[in-house]
Write a protein that binds this ligand. Structure first.
Ligand SMILES: Cc1cc2nc3c(=O)[nH]c(=O)nc-3n(C[C@H](O)[C@H](O)[C@H](O)COP(=O)(O)OP(=O)(O)OC[C@H]3O[C@@H](n4cnc5c(N)ncnc54)[C@H](O)[C@@H]3O)c2cc1C
Ligand code: FES
Length: 256
């Protein structure tokens, strides 16, 4: 898929809570590149003295009707703090789209996300639903207020929730949710590494095809600096930015 370096204008910045913002962006030249769920962008962050490198951010949603790209941002450090404060009307320069995304299979698909890992699952859920799949989302967070975009997810599938404090949905981690006792044709997952490993272990025991989206630290985002390497069964060390970030669990050398 062709990559572009493009300017986008911030058309909306929705502050979801103290930690999270949803940025809605329109291409300045009006031409939205083709992209696939699970791919990401590298955003240049202006006015942040400590942020030299672009930051990788998942494509949260492609709103084809309004020609808008959505990015869900969690405040982690200086770069993302600047991003969540970006005022409407300002410009963001991005390399887009990067990496290889999720498979679009048929059948009964469970999408599992934790924290900001829910970000790529909205676009994925929409594309799977349009393909005719039966989509379920299992979304987890510490507490009710940390669950994000629930009304958007509801448009594309059945929702199951887990919170660590039990304030909504089932109490505990997503990996303890009772929906995992049902059977699925495929599980696709993004979130903290321990969560993805636990999901991968459940999927393997139940013999369910499973993909995970890795968030290894990245610098260049295009396979040049080798800082994001992951060891795989099929090809040895590969760059997560170029050959991922999505991998089938059978290709990862995880001890699960
Ligand atoms: C493929 C990919 C997709 C991503 N998608 C999103 C997204 O949709 N929304 C979003 O908010 N964030 C996403 N991230 C994480 C985001 O890129 C980092 O949080 C960001 O780079 C941190 O930059 P900073 O300048 O704010 O913080 P820094 O000052 O660089 O770091 C602050 C803290 O965040 C930690 N951190 C840095 N990079 C990562 C990382 N990759 N994963 C976990 N912790 C990290 C650092 O170790 C440090 O503790 C994604 C990362 C990858 C690799
Ligand atoms: S981030 Fe440079 S090779 Fe992946």
């Amino acid at each position: 898929m062709k990559k572009y370096v493009k300017d986008f204008k911030v058309s909306d910045n929705v502050h979801l809570n103290e930690q999270y913002s949803l940025l809605k962006l329109k291409p300045v030249d009006g031409e939205m590149p083709d992209m696939h769920p699970g791919q990401f962008v590298q955003v240049y962050i202006d006015n942040s003295k400590n942020t030299y490198l672009r930051r990788p951010i998942s494509i949260n949603f492609l709103d084809k009707i309004n020609n808008e790209l959505w990015l869900l941002i969690r405040k982690a450090g200086d770069g993302t703090r600047h991003l969540i404060q970006t005022p409407c009307g300002s410009m963001l320069n991005m390399i887009i789209p990067l990496g290889k995304g999720f498979s679009l299979k048929n059948g009964n698909i469970l999408l599992i996300g934790g924290g900001v890992g829910v970000a790529p699952l909205l676009f994925l859920g929409k594309e799977l639903k349009e393909k005719g799949c039966n989509v379920s989302f299992l979304l987890g967070a510490r507490s009710k207020n940390d669950l994000l975009e629930i009304d958007e997810f509801k448009k594309y599938g059945q929702i199951y929730l887990s919170t660590e404090d039990g304030s909504v949905g089932e109490k505990g981690f997503v990996t303890q949710n009772s929906i995992l006792q049902s059977s699925f044709d495929m599980i696709q997952c993004c979130g903290p590494l321990p969560m993805m490993k636990a999901v991968a272990s459940i999927a393997r025991k139940k013999n369910i095809n499973c993909e995970v989206s890795l968030e290894n630290s990245m610098a260049c985002g295009v396979g040049a600096c080798l800082c994001c390497v992951e060891d795989t069964v099929s090809s040895g060390n590969v760059c997560v930015c170029k050959d991922g970030p999505v991998f089938n669990i059978n290709d990862l050398k995880w001890q699960i």
